[in-house]
Design a binder for this molecule. Structure first.
Ligand code: ZN
Length: 521
């Protein structure tokens, strides 16, 4: 009975998902109207199949009597599509409308429209506080334009979540991703403790440099003095610039060589991929598993820089995972949990910033690579600290947004920014600056998975250091990952999988250790 129901659902869903992925790939590669239309209709067919109320009822009934892993996964896949169709349509429409307004909106400085990259350039380069402030304020005008709609989206999403028996959209999002809310809050608190002091020390030094450069005192620093609109990235002078080493580098060959060195095959992925910029092509990077049966592709826009090298390794980190599912896994289990696959991707991406990779794969002289060692470790720690503090803001804010969409969100936002990022709010400002972050509108309740993924990546590295000794050019690394992380697919829950693969439940111990390089003044 169970087996038949699952087999029946798989036979319907597998071809629809494959059509959807192919249509999606085609429109990313070439954004023609015909491709966009094909994608939209494939999307509709897929979501209609998942909305099937008879199938969902049957799945729930059988699962109550004889639960299986495949039924769990099928339930989670179908659950968000069980929202009444008129409500679902309103959410999709408003979501899309807000998304378009984000793409079209431009801030204005001195009567001239400025895009995101112009704003970022000013925040990176200008030494003039007034000019910086104008650029920063321009970056927030989109927030005022969309805030009412984002609050409305939160209300509608809550209504949908409640119709499915959940407290609010935050709770539903966690439940369908098999994430426990109490554990999430405990993990956030632990990452807060691990990073608060190292971040504070590093930022105190940054603030002194900024005050000196801008000719003011540290207590005069405001959000527009940092190098991006949300202080979510490491400013240029806190990072290490490796781009000089990548001039003329063949990133595809380097990435292929990296994976081959750890015993993982990627020729097939590379052959199917679309890796360089072209007119009409998506400017992002992603990896897609078209059919859960070996057709795995990467889309990227590579240029010879360190960032691009990291991106290529990151996407291949997703790809090798998807090629590594055990042969006997059923379709529903031939997939990855977001946290686990991000863990693999971040693990491989980070290699491009390690001394051994720069020496053994990129070909730096040994003494030159050795000389970079401490700065690479510090840059890595700073990156993790800045990123973690930002995720704390985002996640706690979103929890508050869905708890009270009509609450005083402007005040909540600046309280969180002040507490976690140590940034002094602008004096007397009353504006929905939170709504200027596109993820809050169109990628809701997602940010915490990046943080979990980064913890998994750190934990994998520690487990491999202990089991193999090092990473680069060690075929045992691929064998380890294939056996412990990739092969099980989703036959076990992500948290059990992480524990099995790394030997410990998800924790902040590895993050704590990375922070030690920032502990000394
Ligand atoms: Zn990724």
């Amino acid at each position: 009975m169970t087996h038949e129901l699952v087999a029946q659902a798989e036979s319907v869903l597998a071809p629809l998902e494959r059509d959807l992925h192919l249509a999606w790939w085609d429109v990313q590669v070439e954004a023609t109207d015909a491709n966009a239309a094909r994608r939209a209709s494939a999307e509709l067919a897929w979501s209609e199949a998942l909305a099937d109320p008879d199938l969902f009822r049957a799945v729930e009934e059988v699962q109550a009597k004889a639960p299986t892993r495949s039924l769990d996964l099928l339930c989670n896949l179908m659950l968000p599509h069980q929202v009444p169709s008129d409500l679902r349509a309103r959410i999709v429409e408003l979501d899309a409308a807000v998304d378009v307004r984000f793409s079209r909106h431009r801030g204005v400085v001195d009567g001239v429209e400025v895009d995101d990259s112009a704003i970022k350039k000013t925040l990176r380069q200008s030494d003039d506080s007034a000019e910086r402030r104008a650029a920063w304020e321009a970056s927030k005008t989109v927030g005022a334009a969309v805030a009412d709609d984002v609050r409305e989206l939160a209300r509608l999403r809550n209504e949908a979540a409640r119709s499915l028996g959940h407290r609010d959209w935050f709770a539903l999002s966690l439940a369908k991703d098999e994430l426990d809310e109490a554990k999430l809050l405990a993990t956030l608190a632990a990452t807060d403790r691990a990073t608060a002091e190292p971040f504070r020390r590093w930022k105190a030094r940054l603030d002194e440099r900024l005050a000196q450069r801008l000719g003011c005192s540290v207590c005069d620093l405001r959000p527009w003095h940092y190098a991006d609109p949300f202080f979510q990235e490491v400013p240029p002078d806190g990072a290490i610039d490796l781009d000089g080493y990548f001039e003329g580098a063949d990133l595809v060959a380097l990435a292929g060589r990296t994976l081959e060195g750890v015993g993982l095959e990627v020729d097939d992925i590379i052959a199917r991929s679309d890796l360089y910029a072209r007119e009409g092509k998506s400017q992002h990077a992603f990896c897609v598993d078209i059919d859960r049966a070996g057709d795995v592709r990467v889309l990227a826009n590579l240029v010879p820089t360190h960032d691009s090298a990291e991106t290529m390794l990151h996407e291949l980190g997703h790809g090798v995972y998807e090629l590594g599912f055990g042969d006997d896994l059923p379709w529903l289990q031939r997939s990855t949990h977001l946290v686990a696959t991000e863990g693999s991707a971040l693990f491989f991406g980070a290699l491009a910033g390690t001394r051994r990779w720069l020496e053994l794969v990129l070909g730096l002289e040994a003494d030159e690579a050795a000389a970079l060692r401490d700065r690479l470790r510090e840059a890595r720690a700073v990156e993790l600290a800045v990123f973690t503090r930002w995720v704390l803001v985002m996640t706690e804010f979103e929890r508050g947004l869905y708890a009270t969409p009509d609450g005083d969100l402007d005040t909540l936002w600046w309280e969180l920014v002040a507490r976690h990022q140590g940034v002094t709010p602008p004096d007397g400002r009353k504006a929905p600056d939170w709504a200027a972050k596109v993820h809050i509108a169109v990628a809701p309740v997602y940010y915490h998975t990046y943080l979990y993924g980064s913890l998994v990546a750190l934990q994998l590295k520690d487990a491999l250091d202990a089991a193999v000794g090092s990473i680069v050019d060690q075929p045992a690394v691929g064998a380890f990952l294939r056996e412990h992380l990739f092969a099980p697919g989703q036959s076990v829950r992500w948290d059990e999988l992480v524990e099995q693969a790394t030997g410990t439940p998800l924790s902040v111990a590895s993050l704590d250790r990375e922070m030690t390089v920032l502990a000394t003044p």
